[in-house]
Write a protein that binds this ligand. Structure first.
Ligand code: GLY
Length: 347
């Protein structure tokens, strides 16, 4: 097993081991104050891993209940959050007990937000089962739900007590969901690690499983370093948003349906790189294409720009956006909304 210690205001471990989902109860018992747990998952993941997680918890002395909601971004809502609160009340969860997020990014984000707010805070464990959740959303403590006016707009920072990553769970992912996570892996290579970028670029969607353990470990370790330096997203952490300003705009343009986050990020990285570091475009686009991801958006820049100005990285009238002029190095740039729009319209 590999362990990455994340030294945030509340330190915690990320355990990375094939098959670890089967022994999750043992690891959770090591950090839990009580032997009562509430599992929150979605209907797809429940069928795949619900019984495995329950069995392991029971074998380790836990009494547990489970709640599942429909798979997909539409569930990251106030309505589902309210159902989760009701379930936690019905399960008599107290501040000593533990909440477990079992699933992808949607499950992790909404469960983390419930854990941050229910009884003003209950400890929670992330068991991420998608690549995107393992290398990005389960680590770093960002939790949120979507509002009518945008994605992730109500949230809290709440670091998990433990993250358990089982890369065997990635084998059951559809190519689309795997590609979704690979966009974030390419992003880590672009912002921090040329060697990682090369490893990813030497593979494709068909054979990347051969090097998945190395990719997962390296990406989580990059995220650890960034989050340790800037837990509350005031500076350096913004580099994790490379490709996201345009990417979120593309997702927003498609109403967040039929367009995955990874596709948005992939196209967003390529569009911003064509505009600010054209010499890298060929390498980046070749890599992005190898994972079946888009290098451009069907929407015009004029259609996307109104969505960019809603970006969370906006500060008053300024937009922060990320540029990589060299693979492995990222820079935060600031422009007024008007300047940003002008630069992008010219591209
Ligand atoms: N997913 C970006 C961050 O955690 O800051």
């Amino acid at each position: 097993m590999k362990t990455i210690r994340v030294n945030t205001s509340k330190p915690y471990d990320v355990l990375i081991e094939r098959g670890s989902i089967k022994s999750c109860g043992k690891y959770i018992a090591d950090i839990a104050k009580s032997r009562r747990a509430a599992i929150i998952t979605d209907d797809v993941v429940e069928k795949l891993y619900g019984d495995t997680v329950k069995k392991s918890l029971t074998e380790n002395g836990f009494g547990c209940t489970m709640f599942s909601f429909p798979n997909g971004e539409a569930s990251k809502s106030l309505a589902v959050l309210s159902d989760i609160y009701d379930f936690l009340c019905e399960s008599s969860i107290t501040r000593n007990d533990i909440i477990i997020a079992l699933g992808g990014g949607v499950v992790g984000d909404i469960t983390g937000f419930a854990a941050a707010t229910f009884l003003r805070g209950v400890e929670f464990v992330q068991i991420p089962t998608t690549l995107l959740a393992q290398i990005d959303s389960s680590v770093g403590g960002k939790t949120a739900i979507d509002l009518k006016c945008g994605k992730n707009l109500a949230g809290a920072f709440k670091q998990p007590a433990l993250v358990i990553c089982d890369s065997d769970t990635l084998k059951t992912l559809s190519p689309d969901i795997l590609a979704d996570g690979m966009a974030e892996a390419i992003k880590y290579g672009m912002i921090r690690d040329e060697k990682l970028f090369r490893l990813i670029a030497e593979h494709d969607l068909g054979n990347v499983h051969e090097v998945m353990d190395e990719i997962v470990y390296t990406c989580i370790d990059i995220k650890r370093a960034v989050v340790e330096n800037d837990e509350f997203d005031r500076g350096e952490r913004m580099i994790l948003n490379f490709g996201h300003t345009i990417g979120h705009a593309i997702e927003g343009y498609h109403n967040y349906v039929n367009y995955t986050h990874g596709k948005g990020v992939a196209a967003g990285m390529c569009i911003i790189t064509r505009r600010f570091a054209e010499n890298l475009s060929e390498r980046l686009e070749k890599c992005v294409r190898a994972y079946g991801l888009p290098i451009d958006s069907e929407a015009s820049m004029a259609e996307l720009l109104p969505f960019c100005s809603k970006d969370k990285k906006r500060e008053s009238n300024n937009i922060n956006f990320i540029v990589c002029e060299k693979i492995g190095e990222a820079e935060i740039r600031k422009a007024s909304v008007a300047e940003f729009n002008k630069m992008m319209e010219e591209s």
